[in-house]
Design a protein. Structure first.
Length: 138
């Protein structure tokens, strides 16, 4: 399993996590490990020395390769909404909003970790957090 941040996304990376329907029969463990590794690296390790955060975590921004082989690589793409921490209120996709964002606080580093967990939950059980940003029709 390799996980990195994609600084030049979509260079032959297909599909995105939004295009892969959750199935217990697929290489699910490898896929979840790759996804979580890339997403958490992006929001915790990669930006640790800066005061910026990615406010656009969603399934369509998780790029995958090697999905047929079980040796899956995941990358976070579309870093267009990387902003200083605390500067934006409602930029995360609605279903990915952390509780503090719903209470009117600006997005901060913990908001990203919430968004990563919410993405995984929305992928495994579409619609559990509402129809917003559900990867598949409900």
């Amino acid at each position: 399993m390799r996980s990195t941040v994609a600084l030049s996304p979509w260079n032959g990376w297909t599909p995105t996590l939004a295009e892969v329907k959750y199935q217990s029969s697929m290489h699910i463990y490898s896929l979840i490990v790759a996804f979580m590794g890339a997403a958490l690296t992006s929001c915790v390790s990669y930006w640790k020395d800066t005061d910026v955060l990615n406010t656009d975590f969603k399934l369509a921004n998780i790029l995958l390769s090697g999905i047929e082989t079980g040796y899956i690589t995941a990358k976070v793409g579309d870093l267009g909404l990387v902003v200083p921490s605390g500067s934006l209120l409602n930029e995360l996709p609605y279903a990915m909003h952390a509780p503090e964002v719903f209470l009117g606080h600006a997005c901060a580093k913990p908001s990203q970790v919430w968004a990563v967990a919410a993405m995984l939950l929305c992928w495994i059980n579409p619609g559990v957090l509402g129809v917003w940003d559900s990867p598949h029709p409900l």
